[in-house]
Design a protein around this ligand. Structure first.
Ligand SMILES: NC(=O)c1ccc[n+]([C@@H]2O[C@H](COP(=O)([O-])OP(=O)(O)OC[C@H]3O[C@@H](n4cnc5c(N)ncnc54)[C@H](O)[C@@H]3O)[C@@H](O)[C@H]2O)c1
Length: 273
C-alpha cells in the first residue's frame, strides 16, 4: 500500500466478473486509497457479480449504458454528488462486437452489427468524455484511460470489426486529449494490452492460440489483468501528469518484437514435423 491515489475519486466502467481487466483496476485503485464509482449496463449488473466487488472496494454502483447520453449524464451527476467533488480518473474498459460474437467472417460483415460495434466499443468513449467535459466534471490534472488492442494498428486474424473500433478509439483519445488538456490539464491515453483470458477475450474464436502466440512473441511474456491494473494505477497517479494522447503498450514487449527464438523453433518444428 503506497497511497498513490489517496484522496482521488474515480469512475470505473466495465467490471463484469473477477476476470475483467476493470475488476482488477478497481481492486488496485482501491488498495491505493481511491474512492470509486463502479458502472456497467443494467444487464451486466444482473448477470455479473459487481455487487461483490463494490462491497470489497466500498464503492457505489450506478448503472449506465455507455452508448446512452442520458445514462451517462445521470452517472456523472450522481458521481459528483456522491464524491462531493470532481472526478480525478476514469477507466473505459468496454468492448463488444456482434459480428465477432456471432462468428461472422470479416469479408461478409453485417453492417448494422458493425455500427453497433463502433457505438459500444469506440464512440462510447467519445460520449463518456463529452459528458465529463460538458458537466465540467474532471478535476484539474485528472486522467482518463481506455483499453485497446494492437489489432487497431496491425492486421490480425479473428479480431473482425473490433480492429476498426480500436483504431477509432485510439484516435478519439488523441482528438479529445488535445481539447481536455487545454481545458483543464486532463490526460487522455489508451493502454494497448496483451491478449487476456476474460469474457470479452474468450468471445474471439481462436483466442487460446492467439494468447499462446503472443506469449511466445513477448520477451516478458503476456501481461495479466493484474499487471495491467498496476500500470493503470501509475497513469491515474500524479507521477504521469505530462503523458497524454498516447497509445501506451502494455504487452511484455510484443509490439517491438520481430521474432523470438522459441517462436522460430516452434515454427520450424511445425514445418518439419
Ligand atoms: N481480453 C483481452 O484480450 C483484451 C486485450 C486488449 C484489450 N482489451 C480490452 O479491454 C476492455 C475490457 O475487456 P475485458 O477483456 O476485461 O472483458 P470483459 O468482458 O470483462 O469486459 C467488457 C465489458 O464491457 C461492458 N459493456 C459492453 N457493452 C457495454 C455498454 N453498452 N455500456 C457499458 N458497458 C458495456 C461489459 O458489460 C463488460 O463488463 C475492452 O475494451 C477490451 O477490448 C481486452
Amino acid at each position: 500500500m503506497n497511497d498513490l491515489l489517496k484522496g482521488k475519486n474515480g469512475i470505473i466502467f466495465g467490471a463484469l466478473n473477477d476476470r475483467s481487466i476493470a475488476w482488477h483496476v478497481a481492486q488496485h485503485t482501491h488498495a491505493q486509497g481511491a474512492s470509486l464509482v463502479l458502472t456497467n449496463t443494467p444487464v451486466a449488473l444482473r448477470m455479473g457479480s459487481l455487487d461483490t466487488l463494490a462491497e470489497e472496494c466500498n464503492a457505489k454502483v450506478i448503472a449506465a449504458d455507455a452508448t446512452n447520453i442520458n445514462d451517462l449524464n445521470n452517472l456523472v451527476q450522481e458521481s459528483l454528488r456522491h464524491f462531493g467533488g470532481k472526478i480525478d480518473f476514469v477507466l473505459h474498459s468496454i468492448g463488444q462486437s456482434p459480428n465477432v460474437r456471432k462468428k461472422i467472417p470479416y469479408e461478409d460483415i453485417n453492417y448494422q452489427f458493425m455500427q453497433r460495434t463502433m457505438d459500444i466499443s469506440a464512440i462510447s468513449f467519445h460520449k463518456v468524455m463529452n459528458v465529463l467535459y460538458n458537466n465540467d466534471a474532471m478535476a484539474d490534472g485528472g486522467s482518463i484511460v481506455a483499453l485497446t488492442y494492437i489489432a487497431g494498428e496491425r492486421s490480425f486474424p479473428l479480431y473482425g470489426d473490433m480492429a476498426e473500433a480500436k483504431a477509432m478509439l485510439e484516435s478519439i483519445a488523441r482528438s479529445f486529449g488535445a481539447r481536455f488538456g487545454r481545458k483543464c490539464g486532463v490526460r487522455v491515453n489508451t493502454v494497448s494490452q496483451s491478449p487476456t483470458l476474460t469474457t470479452a477475450g474468450e468471445g474471439i474464436a481462436g483466442m487460446e492460440k492467439m494468447y499462446r502466440y503472443a506469449d511466445m512473441m513477448s520477451p516478458l511474456g503476456n501481461a495479466s489483468a493484474s499487471d495491467c491494473a498496476d500500470y493503470i494505477v501509475t497513469l491515474f497517479s500524479d507521477f504521469t501528469r505530462k503523458v497524454t494522447m498516447q497509445n501506451l503498450y502494455h504487452d511484455g514487449g510484443f509490439s517491438a518484437t520481430g521474432l523470438t527464438e522459441n517462436t522460430l523453433d516452434a515454427l520450424c518444428k511445425g514445418l518439419n514435423g
